[in-house]
Design a protein around this ligand. Structure first.
Ligand SMILES: [Fe+2]
Ligand SMILES: [Fe+2]
Length: 159
C-alpha cells in the first residue's frame, strides 16, 4: 500500500540527494534512533513514507517542504540514549528534541519557515500545544509514528 515505485524512488533520491550529502545531515548516521536504526536511516524512512502517503492519497503536498521537513525532523544531533551526553541533562528527549532539530535546521542549513514548522511540531500530541498547522506537517507527524513502530519491532523495510 505504501510502496514507492522505482520512478518515485528516483524522484525522491533526486530531491533529497544534496541534503543527504550535507556533512551536518551525515552526522545523523552516528546516532541511534529506535532499535538498531540510526537517526539518518529513520529520517530517510520517514521521508519515503511521507512521500508515499502523499502519493497514495493524492494529497498534493508541497514536496519542497515535505521532503526536507521529513528528512530533518529529528536533526537534533545527539544520542538520546547516552546518559553522559550533556543534552540529556535538561529534560525529556521526547519533549525537547523537536525544538533543537528545528534550530539546527535553521542555523546549519537555512531551512524555510515551512520546513521548520514541520520539524517543530512533529512530536504532536506528546507536545500537545504544538499542533501541526500544515498538510505537510500532518503527513510527517503521522509517517514518523508509523516508521517508529516498525523500527521498534525490527521490521525494517516494511514501508
Ligand atoms: Fe522525533
Ligand atoms: Fe522521528
Amino acid at each position: 500500500m505504501f510502496k514507492l515505485s522505482a520512478k518515485q524512488h528516483r524522484k525522491l533520491e533526486r530531491r533529497l540527494s544534496a541534503l543527504k550529502a550535507d556533512p551536518h545531515v551525515q552526522q545523523m548516521k552516528r546516532y541511534r534512533q529506535h532499535g538498531r536504526t540510526s537517526t539518518f536511516d529513520h529520517c530517510e524512512r520517514v521521508a519515503a513514507l511521507s512521500y508515499a502517503i502523499d502519493q497514495r492519497f493524492h494529497l498534493n503536498a508541497d514536496l519542497d517542504a515535505l521532503l526536507p521537513g521529513a528528512m530533518l525532523h529529528d536533526f537534533a544531533l545527539y544520542d538520546w540514549h547516552d546518559p553522559h551526553d550533556p543534552h540529556n541533562a535538561h529534560g525529556l528527549h521526547g519533549l525537547r528534541h523537536a525544538k533543537m532539530a528545528q534550530e539546527n535546521a535553521r542555523e546549519l542549513l537555512g531551512a524555510s519557515d515551512q520546513v521548520q514548522h514541520i520539524i517543530w511540531c512533529h512530536m504532536w500530541p506528546l507536545n500537545l500545544t504544538r499542533l501541526p498547522r500544515s498538510k505537510e506537517a500532518w503527513i510527517v507527524c503521522v509517517a514518523d509514528k508509523c516508521a517508529a513502530v516498525g523500527e521498534v519491532f525490527h521490521r525494517r523495510g516494511t514501508f
